[in-house]
Design a protein. Structure first.
Length: 182
């Protein structure tokens, strides 16, 4: 049994994420948004085999600064600075003009700790999964390439890189939704 889900960081992150994302929907307009961060956590834990409660809490909150009224201080107060630091490392600076934002974000992620890059790989994995299995595909090819570049041969990220690469290959080969779920 994974005890990370019984830890203080996880419990606090779960309460905060549930509150902050409670009225949000995914791009399909029907799926509750909280499903995405929950799947990112499951990807980190079950697919990438990482069980650190701080990493799992940050994975659950990875979109909160960008997509909710919460800021770094709110997360630090609720969950701690270790989690807030990872979430901040995963947050795009919306003050940067849009045309320059992605390049700045990639540089930010390249300088981020491996734990943040692991969460980003899980985020990309989930968005790729959505693109492959839904009727509302999301363009993720550039994000997949960026995430794989960010792994940079770090052995701590190899399992995650392999999983993203495998899903990308399966999607490119046109496997059906049924086969991808297997």
């Amino acid at each position: 049994m994974n005890t990370a889900f019984h830890s203080q960081p996880w419990q606090a992150a779960a309460a905060l994420a549930a509150r902050l994302h409670q009225h949000q929907k995914r791009k399909d307009g029907a799926t509750p948004y909280i499903a995405h961060p929950c799947r990112v956590v499951l990807t980190v834990s079950e697919v990438f085999d990482e069980h650190d409660p701080v990493i799992l809490a940050a994975a659950l909150l990875h979109d909160t600064i960008e997509d909710t009224p919460a800021d770094y201080d709110d997360i630090a107060e609720a969950v701690g600075t270790a989690v807030a630091d990872l979430v901040a490392a995963l947050t795009k600076d919306m003050r940067i003009p849009e045309r320059e934002r992605e390049q700045a974000y990639e540089a930010q992620l390249a300088a981020a700790p491996w734990q943040a890059r692991l969460i980003k790989l899980a985020d990309v994995y989930d968005n790729l999964w959505d693109s492959v299995t839904s009727r509302t595909p999301v363009k993720v090819e550039d994000k997949v390439r960026m995430a794989l570049r960010l792994a940079g041969g770090d052995p701590r990220l190899q399992r995650a890189v392999d999983a993203v690469h495998d899903l990308t290959q399966r999607a490119a080969s046109g496997e059906s939704r049924r086969n991808l779920s297997a």
